[in-house]
Structures are given as structure tokens and as C-alpha cells.
Design a protein around this ligand. Structure first.
Ligand SMILES: C[S@@+](CC[C@H](N)C(=O)[O-])C[C@H]1O[C@@H](n2cnc3c(N)ncnc32)[C@H](O)[C@@H]1O
Length: 296
């Protein structure tokens, strides 16, 4: 196994990650927050563009936005490669996590689980909660809770032997149905380039949670406060339609992150709500906004 890097070592963006645990994470000061955010944003743009171009190629489009899709896809893939690929994105994200949030978002989830009594109930029942952590950059985020949480970390690209390399969207729904007590989607839904795949991700999480199970969702705040297609109220309605009821939420104006704790409840009957508004993009706000959307 490659050696863990020292805490203070600076890494160029193109260097592949060492197999890290919490103990081996570079300090937050090892990369400037603005540089980190710029690279992360560029990755999101490139990954979205890649999906659009792949779809255009599948449709057989000769031209997309004035360019030949295959040539444009090659350029996008080259730029992703030059930035260091998914490995560099993950390393930047783990640094950004420290800079922006004072640590990983699992801290928020653990705090909430204690607040709502889930932690003491699990301890009393002497039963470990089965947690599926999607998009895990480190293998040991829940190590401090090992007496009451059994965590299964997965990611598209595993950075450690204990993290399963698995696309959540490709997990077998049948064998995972109602299997999990808690699923964490922290900064994962916004990584998914396609608005319908984001909705599919939330629906799949709902299906994989046991009745009364909990979904932890974390998004960059601009996804809900500065999007043309998304507001906190819209997200609430969409989640209710899926059968996810908000029991906790946290963000502050001017902050960077938004967090929700959602409970799996029965799905709202389609007649009781206007589900159509979640099937196609509807402009909810005008002006200089981003285009983040989730569609069912
Ligand atoms: C910005 S990082 C977030 C990491 C961490 N959860 C956090 O809150 O800081 C997003 C991670 O999600 C992973 N990811 C994105 N889509 C995924 C999917 N469909 N299945 C599994 N992992 C996924 C990416 O590979 C990346 O490592």
C-alpha cells in the first residue's frame, strides 16, 4: 500500500491520492480555498458537459451547440484528464470539506442522530444502525460511532480498500429494498450531471431505506438559494412527493452548505399533489442564477 502523506504536504492537482484515512488527510491549509473551489466548479462543468455530449452522440446529433459532439467530447475528456481526473476532484473535495465546513458533514448527521434519540435507541436495543455512505472520500468517517453504527462506504472511485467502488445508481434495487437504516448523500446529488438522474437517486434512496429510515442530504447552498429551477419550498414538495419528510434542516444566509435529515414516509398519492411540476423544468426565479435542477 502506498505510504500515507504527512499532514502538511502539498500535492499538485494532478497527483493521484494516497489511500487515506482520517489520520492521513492533508490539512485544510494545504490548498487555497478559492483555488480548490475553482477546480471543483470546473469539474462540475466538465462532467455535466460530458454527459450532454454523450447523450448527443447517442442520439446521433451531428452538431451540438455549434460543435461536433465527438470532437468536443475528446476535448472535455482531455481537460478532465489534465486536471487529474476524478482522483484530483476527490482530493480537492476532501480539502474543501475541511476549509468550508470545519470538517466532514457526517458531524452534522451524528449530532442530529443524537438529538432525535436514534443513537440512544440503537444503544438500548444493542443493535448497530446500518448506514450506507454514498460518495465516501474516507473509509472511517463513522469510526467514532462504531459501537452503534455499521457504515458501508461506497464511491464511484474508491480511495481506500475499505471503500467499495460502486455507482449508487447501479446498485441492485431488489436486494437493497428496505435494507438500510440510514443513507447519506452528502454533496453527491449535485455531482450527478443529469437532473433526472438526481431525482432517480433520491427515489432509489427512498426505496432502499427501511420504513421510517433516514436520508441525510447535503447540497451546496446555491443549489437551492440561487437556482433558476429550485427553491427550498420546491425541494420540500419534491421530497414529499417521493415520500421523504423533512425532520431537520440547516443552512444560513451567506453560508456555503445546506443539510437535511429526511424520514421515509408513505408516498403521497399522485392525486393529492401536483407532481407534474417536478417532471419538467419550470423557471421559478429570474435573473443571474445557476441552473441546478432535480426532476422526477
Ligand atoms: C464532492 S465529493 C463529496 C464527498 C463527501 N461525501 C463530502 O460530503 O464531502 C462527491 C463524491 O461522490 C462520489 N459520487 C458521485 N456520484 C456517485 C454515485 N452515483 N455513486 C457513488 N459515488 C458517487 C464522487 O465520486 C465523489 O467522490
Amino acid at each position: 500500500m502506498p505510504k500515507a502523506h504527512k499532514k502538511t504536504r502539498k500535492l499538485p492537482v494532478t497527483v493521484n491520492d494516497p489511500r487515506q484515512t482520517h489520520a492521513a488527510v492533508p490539512s485544510a491549509s494545504s490548498s487555497k480555498p478559492t483555488a480548490t473551489r475553482t477546480v471543483i466548479r470546473r469539474f462540475h462543468v466538465l462532467i455535466k458537459r460530458r454527459t450532454q455530449l454523450e447523450k448527443a452522440i447517442q442520439r446521433g446529433d451531428a452538431i451540438m451547440d455549434g460543435v461536433e459532439p465527438r470532437a468536443a467530447l475528446r476535448d472535455v475528456e482531455q481537460e478532465i484528464e489534465e486536471l487529474g481526473g476524478l482522483g484530483a476532484y476527490q482530493r480537492m473535495s476532501s480539502i474543501g470539506q475541511g476549509n468550508d465546513r470545519g470538517g466532514g458533514s457526517e458531524k452534522v448527521l451524528i449530532e442530529w442522530l443524537k438529538e432525535i434519540g436514534v443513537h440512544s435507541a440503537a444503544k438500548e436495543a444493542n443493535r448497530k444502525l446500518q448506514v450506507l455512505e454514498v460518495g465516501a472520500l474516507l473509509p472511517d468517517n463513522y469510526a467514532s460511532c462504531s459501537s452503534w453504527i455499521e457504515n458501508t462506504p461506497i464511491d464511484l472511485r474508491s480511495r481506500h480498500p475499505s471503500i467499495q467502488e460502486q455507482d449508487f445508481l447501479l446498485m441492485d434495487e431488489g436486494s437493497n429494498r428496505e435494507k438500510w437504516d440510514i443513507i447519506s448523500l452528502s454533496l453527491v446529488v449535485n455531482f450527478v450531471p443529469d437532473a433526472r438522474d438526481r431525482g432517480r437517486m433520491l427515489r432509489l434512496a427512498h426505496s432502499m431505506l427501511r420504513q421510517g429510515g433516514l436520508l441525510f442530504l447535503a447540497l451546496p447552498l446555491p443549489c437551492i438559494l440561487n437556482s433558476r429551477y429550485m427553491t427550498p419550498e420546491y425541494l420540500d414538495g419534491l421530497l414529499q412527493t417521493i415520500g421523504l419528510s423533512i425532520i431537520k434542516s440547516r443552512w444560513k444566509e451567506g453560508g456555503k452548505m445546506a443539510y437535511w435529515l429526511l424520514r421515509k414516509v408513505a408516498m403521497i398519492a399522485p392525486a393529492a399533489t401536483n407532481t407534474n411540476m417536478y417532471h419538467k423544468k419550470t423557471e421559478l426565479r429570474k435573473g443571474n442564477r445557476n441552473n441546478f435542477a432535480i426532476l422526477l
